[in-house]
Write a protein that binds this ligand. Structure first.
Ligand code: UDP
Ligand code: MG
Length: 325
């Protein structure tokens, strides 16, 4: 049985060599046939040449390199498409996903699970981040169709049929957490202690996290649209009731001018709500726009196949010369 490890890498020159060593050590102990699929997500540093060297030295290593940075989601997609294994493990290149856990994942896979998820604890995280995450997951699970769990990321083992199913979902806006949860099959999870990034730095800024969070809400349901509708109806009802009240009071007491404050507040509040709802609609329209364009998720610049072909050519040339001599 062949297992594949898919590793998205973006500007990981500082750690990729160490990562490869660690993973190889660990996989060697498993006595398991494996392949490593590195995906270079348009790194600007020396990640690609390093990957080339690694692949040159080890025939079990394959790589795909993008023409530019397409994001981790695209990188994972490319990795899954290229992986040939019966089981596929997705793993970060920064050693925050401990390679020794692969063994445990395989054991659980052997017990018949299709998805084995390693869920990280939030130990060592900043308190603010932990709290935002907790609040976010509580909120989001009210909305989305699939269940998302805090600490569950992309570090997981997928069986062949799960991978094939995930690849069937060809949407442009990919939110892997949701996609894998949507696919389902027999799933299990275990917790591991979060490791601090050793070298390099995380590319997640606050803005990126916010975008990712919004993707989570918007990619998996249309409830925000429904919420807009309900809120609109509610506001309309309140406004009608208020109008009736004013008319009633005017009939009894006669008209009095004060009340422009109420008026102004109502106008501004309504304008705000309208803008918000327009924004929600806009988000969905934007998503549709990207979907209908049917653009590829990524463009490939180079793969290990080029490297191997080069090697072969060289070998042929050498033997050709020998024969001629
Ligand atoms: N990554 C990627 N493309 C990107 C950003 C990140 O392929 O645009 C990779 C990165 O090389 C790493 C993994 O995704 O292997 C997780 O990235 P990072 O450590 O920055 O995220 P965090 O661990 O903070 O979630
Ligand atoms: Mg990381």
């Amino acid at each position: 049985m062949l297992i594949s490890l898919v590793v998205p890498c973006f500007d990981e020159e500082e750690i990729i060599g160490r990562f490869h060593e660690r993973v190889t050590e660990e996989l060697f102990l498993l006595e398991q046939e494996y392949e490593l699929v590195y995906v270079d997500d348009g790194s600007q540093d020396r990640t690609l040449p390093l990957l080339r060297d690694i692949a040159d030295a080890d025939p079990r290593v394959r790589y795909v390199s993008f023409s530019r940075n397409f994001g981790k989601e695209a990188a994972m997609l490319a990795g899954l498409q290229h992986a040939k294994g019966e089981a596929v493990v997705i793993m970060d290149a920064d050693l925050q996903h401990p390679p020794e856990l692969v063994k445990r994942m395989l054991a659980l896979y052997g017990e018949g699970f299709d998805q084995v998820i390693a869920r990280r604890t939030r130990k060592g995280d900043r308190v603010t981040r932990t709290l935002t995450a907790r609040a976010y997951y509580r909120l989001i699970n009210r909305f989305v169709d699939v269940e998302l769990v805090d600490g569950v990321g992309d570090f997981r083992l997928l069986s062949r049929r799960t991978v094939d199913a995930a690849l069937e979902l060809t949407e442009y806006n990919r939110f892997s957490k949701g996609i894998f949860a949507w696919v389902g099959f027999r799933t299990t999870a275990f917790a591991y202690e979060n490791a601090v990034r050793e070298r390099g730095r995380s590319t997640w800024s606050f803005g990126k996290l916010l975008n990712y969070g919004l993707d989570g809400v918007l990619s998996f349901n249309n409830r925000p649209l429904r919420a807009a509708l309900c809120l609109g109806m509610l506001l309309l009802a309140v406004a009608m009731a208020y109008a009736a009240w004013i008319v009633g009071v005017a009939l009894v007491n006669g008209v009095d001018t004060p009340g422009y404050v109420t008026l102004l507040v109502a106008v501004i509040a309504l304008a705000g709500v309208q803008m918000l709802m327009l924004g929600v609609v806009g988000e969905y329209v934007g998503r549709i726009y990207y979907e209908v364009k049917r653009r590829p998720h990524f463009l490939v610049k180079a793969t290990d196949a080029d490297l191997r072909r080069q090697d072969d050519d060289e070998r042929h040339r050498c033997t050709g010369e020998l024969v001629r001599r």
